[in-house]
Design a protein around this ligand. Structure first.
Ligand code: CR6
Length: 812
């Protein structure tokens, strides 16, 4: 039997009978229950296992094919993954949806009941984590041999409850009931060191021995990541921190000191206890740095283990390995690989540096200075003493290179150094990431350009060829097919087949249908049906959505000023012919980000006030569903008419919600920021509501001296809106928000207010002409094919990773 070809496996059946037999065997043998007594959870677990087996079979064949081809592997290192619910996805990707529905029906359940038990692993904050999930989906769909590495946080992103008092956070114990999608792999456990000291090695100037003061175990488990319409199944490998046996203090326990006995073990396991719920801002905490090193150390040892299975020399390491750093969080991988090569495998420093530099690539996801990570040198020195020494040496050699190119330019050396001097010396992780990698990319055209022109300009001058752009993308499977089955069916009908799900540019074929009135009517009916399902407000009203993390740069406060203005206009003239609107906000704020939480609370207050107002409520409704996550996004996006992408230009690196909404036929109102620019260029100026300053005007406005009160004084409606807030009718929180806008207005909200309102008037005018609106909606979908994450991955593969697909032959 040739096990390597997967021939040793019994073929899993796809007929209803066969599927039912497999489901029953899982129910009997793995759940240990019977048809008569099976609970919904039993049925859910047995179903998940049955579906999982189909993917596991493909996984076995994938591993065989990939190892046989000895490819350059793509290793994606990310502190966050927002994978979304797994059951529905895996039913789709394994093609078992129909037999599964029949089989569970025979057990007395519906698929929908069981899908409700499928908890999404919330191992990320927002766009960055969801991007990681879309990229691993597309890597598998494109048959690229890849492993995603991450942390298996016990507690994911907090559960949010919205009340009139704003946001409350509760812990998210996502795996409390177990996670049927996960395979533990304790044999691949790794040992991670922290603290301690270094010792010289006789006869070597570069090698050192690191004697750690604390040892923690990293235990992996993996989840399967199937490709769509192909055989490949890759994995995401997630690490959990485990205390070593030695950390349990038996003598203390025997002496009745129970808490002290486990204290060391608790400390070790805290490393993967909780996802930091902070988005785009640095959190100067040792535990965070520990998490980062934990992820990196476990993953690199695993990567090296896999490489060494083949007994090839280190010369071939970079030919067989590319490691993509998802933002700076995993950047310590650069000195860690140097440490492994130099200290542990005795590779010469120069050779090791060459290998390291050609192995790594770095994606930067921000422009906000506060999001560019730096760590205090003293924290590094204590936690990772050997890494700091290596960073110093890397920096010294790097600055020599700069000095050779720009002799005597001391200011440049100071600006570019990996070490930031000052009262508290800090390690600049972004600089380390640029120095130690072969390619650096931003995530949308404008973002990549601004990186080269501002934050990383010195580096772009030194190494222009290193800098690239790879515009983000999203999975059309999850965000169109699964989220919006009605629209998917209509698209398939319009295009003649389903190949668009793997070749999203084919959506362009919908363009002529925008002029077909019966197609338009069906399109419109689907949007309406999706709104009915969402049940957020009147399905005939304009559904205006702003769904994303709460951050001042994203400017939910601008939307609030718009809502207050509408409220006032309606009150002044209740009998006018108002366009009915449902304004939907959803999103979380970092628990310690008070200004963002104020805005949430203000929205909740305004929503209640409008609801209680008999004059305004027939025309305007504000809703704020709790706990925005991937699952909720999948319900809101298909129902959206208008997509709010109103960040201050130059602040949103890319955005990906903007892409998901456009793909589902929402029309964007937005600034020239992030990927909005590329969306507008593709869907056409006529099908996009543009407003506000561009990035250069915004930067200039600050330089010229920005005075928010100037706008307050000159714009009557703006003044009325701010005065309303200041009056206190929306509570203390309204006063605080108004004061922060009037006093400083970091993100130039007031400067863009009038232009935004005018653009909203255009929105209403267009909305009154349903034919025109529906055409716009269809054209948005038709021209958003570029925003597939399959295209993003193809770009990385061709320009950054230089890898080719390895197809998996054969079928279950
Ligand atoms: N917060 C950017 O702000 C981008 C994603 C994914 C972000 C956002 O514009 O779409 O990354 N950046 O590239 C970071 O997380 C640092 C985000 O999600």
């Amino acid at each position: 039997m040739d096990l390597r070809q997967g021939i040793g496996l019994r073929k899993l059946g796809r007929t209803t009978d066969e599927f039912q037999q497999d489901l029953l065997s899982n129910l009997y043998y793995r759940r240990g229950t019977t048809v008569e007594s099976a609970s919904a959870r039993d049925a859910y677990e047995a179903l998940s296992q049955t579906v999982r087996d189909h993917l596991a079979q493909r996984r076995a064949r994938t591993a065989a094919a990939q190892f046989a081809s000895n490819p350059r592997w793509v290793y994606y290192l990310s502190a966050e993954y927002l994978l979304g619910a797994q059951l529905e996805q895996n039913l789709l990707y394994s093609g078992t949806g129909e037999p599964a529905a029949e089989a569970v029906k025979a057990l007395g359940f519906s698929l929908e009941d069981l899908e409700d038990l499928d908890v999404e692993p919330g191992l990320g904050n927002g766009g960055l984590g969801r991007l990681a999930a879309c990229l691993v989906d597309s890597l598998a769909t494109r048959d690229i041999p890849a492993v995603g590495y991450g942390i298996r946080y016990d507690l994911g992103i907090f559960r949010q409850i919205i009340t009139e008092n704003g946001q409350t956070e509760l812990p998210d114990d996502w795996a409390f009931q177990g996670n049927p999608w996960e395979f533990p792999a304790p044999d691949d456990r790794q040992t991670v060191g922290f603290y301690g000291h270094t010792e010289p090695i006789a006869g070597s100037t570069t090698r050192k021995t690191w004697v750690p003061g604390e040892i923690v175990l990293g235990e992996p488990s993996h989840m399967l990541v199937p490709g769509y319409g192909t055989e490949t199944v890759n994995i995401v490998r997630l690490w959990s921190a485990k205390a070593s046996e030695a950390s349990f203090d038996l003598s203390r326990f025997s002496a009745g000191q129970y808490a002290e006995a486990v204290q060391e073990a608790v400390r070790a396991e805290n490393i993967s206890k909780v996802l930091y719920p902070d988005d785009s801002t640095e959190l100067g905490r040792e535990l965070r740095l520990k998490q980062q090193y934990f992820l990196v150390s476990c993953s690199l040892r695993d990567i090296v283990r896999r490489f060494r299975l083949r007994n090839e020399g280190w010369d071939t390491f970079a030919d067989k390995t590319v490691i993509q750093l998802n933002d700076t969080h995993p950047t310590i991988a650069i000195p860690e690989l140097m440490r492994l090569l130099v200290d542990e495998y005795e590779v010469e420093w120069e050779k090791a540096w060459e290998i390291t530099r050609s192995t790594f690539a770095y994606t930067c996801h921000t422009l906000l200075p506060e999001a560019l990570e730096t760590w205090p040198v003293r924290m590094f020195e204590k936690l990772l003493p050997r890494h700091l020494e290596i960073i110093y040496l890397i920096n010294m050699l790097f600055l020599r290179e700069v000095e050779a190119r720009f002799p005597g330019d001391h200011d440049r050396l100071r600006r570019m150094s990996i070490i930031q001097e000052g009262p508290e010396r800090r390690v600049r992780m972004a600089h380390l990431a640029v120095v130690g990698t072969e390619a650096v990319n931003g995530v949308a055209e404008l973002h990549s350009k601004l990186l080269r022109e501002t934050v990383l300009d010195d580096f772009a001058a030194l190494w222009p060829a290193k800098f690239q752009n790879v515009t983000n993308g999203v999975s059309p499977r999850r965000f169109v097919k699964l989220a919006n089955p009605r629209l998917s069916d209509l698209i398939t009908e319009g295009l003649g087949d389903e190949t668009w799900l793997r070749d999203l540019d084919r959506l362009a074929g919908l363009e002529p249908l925008a002029d077909d009135s019966s197609f338009r009517e069906r399109w419109q009916a689907i949007k309406r049906a999706n709104k009915v399902d969402l049940a957020a407000g009147d399905p005939d009203s304009l559904t205006d959505v702003m769904i994303k993390r709460f951050h001042e740069y994203k400017r939910q406060q601008l939307k609030v000023l718009h809502v207050i203005t509408l409220y006032q206009r309606i009150r002044q003239n209740p009998a006018a012919d108002w366009v009915p609107r449902t304004v939907l906000f959803a999103g979380k704020a970092a628990p310690a980000y008070h200004a963002a939480k104020d805005i949430i609370r203000l929205i909740a207050t305004i929503a209640a006030r409008i609801e209680a107002d008999p004059v305004v409520s027939p025309h305007l409704k504000v809703v704020f569903p709790s706990n925005y996550n991937v699952t909720l996004a999948e319900r809101i996006i298909p129902a959206a008419d208008l997509s709010e992408q109103i960040s201050l230009a130059g602040k949103e690196a890319s955005g990906t919600g903007n892409m998901k909404l456009a793909l589902n036929g929402a029309v964007t109102i937005g600034t020239l920021d992030g990927a909005n620019i590329e969306i507008r260029a593709r869907v056409g100026e006529d099908n996009f509501f543009l407003f506000g300053m561009d990035a250069y005007e915004a930067a200039q406005a600050r330089i010229n001296g920005y005075h928010p009160r100037h706008f307050y004084e000159r714009d009557e409606e703006l003044r009325a809106a701010l005065d309303t807030l200041t009056s206190g009718i929306f509570g203390e929180v309204g006063r605080r928000v108004a004061a922060s806008l009037l006093d400083w207005d970091e993100y130039l909200t007031l400067a863009d207010f009038r232009s935004y309102l005018e653009s909203q008037e255009q929105v209403e005018k267009t909305w009154r002409d349903p034919t025109r609106w529906t055409r716009m909606s269809i054209l948005n979908t038709a021209h958003s094919g570029f925003f597939s994450s399959d295209r993003t991955v193809a770009d990385y593969a061709a320009r950054i990773w230089r890898v080719a697909p390895v197809p998996v032959i054969g079928e279950d």
